[in-house]
Design a protein around this ligand. Structure first.
Ligand SMILES: [Zn+2]
Length: 159
């Protein structure tokens, strides 16, 4: 078995590699994490720009049963849906106990799945080899399983 250790860049390192509009999103996520960080409760914050240009955020909510936790990225997606809008660009930051430096983090598999379902063309910032890269949500899971008939069409899908 191959175990990959992801070397995540600090938010400051990531900011230097991002275009200004996405750097502004990163700063929104960082501000939220700084305001709401609680060890083992709220360790990830995400920010997204929607199709309308509006910016929404999401905050990780940890559960005593890990699987019941809510990711910051899923929170963002819910906010976008509540606004009747769609995510166009998303970035998330993580702060772990013992490391006070926030770092850019890629979506987990569950969030990659739901982002692909709802905004496959969205730009998602990911951490790789000590740097950040922008990819499409659809490229997060290249071999994902698709269950047909499970997800209702979006309002903009052709009938
Ligand atoms: Zn997730």
């Amino acid at each position: 078995m191959v175990v990959t250790i992801v070397d995540r860049p600090t938010a400051a390192q990531a900011a230097a590699e991002m275009p200004a509009p996405d750097r502004a999103l990163l700063e929104v996520a960082l501000r939220l994490l700084e305001q709401r960080y609680v060890e083992r409760r709220h360790e990830v914050a995400a920010a997204a720009r929607l199709a309308s240009g509006r910016v929404v955020t999401g905050l990780h909510v940890e559960a005593s049963q890990g699987r019941a936790s809510v990711c910051a990225e899923s929170g963002v997606l819910s906010s976008a849906a509540a606004a009747g809008d769609e995510v166009r660009t998303l970035v998330a930051v993580l702060r772990r106990p013992g490391d006070p430096t926030p770092r850019v983090i890629e979506p987990c598999g569950v969030c990659a799945e739901i982002l692909t379902d709802h905004c496959p063309d969205a730009t998602v910032w990911v951490a790789r080899d000590g740097a950040v890269a922008a990819t499409s949500a659809a490229d997060l899971l290249p071999y994902r399983h698709v269950r047909t008939g499970r997800l209702a069409p979006s309002r903009k899908d052709p009938a």
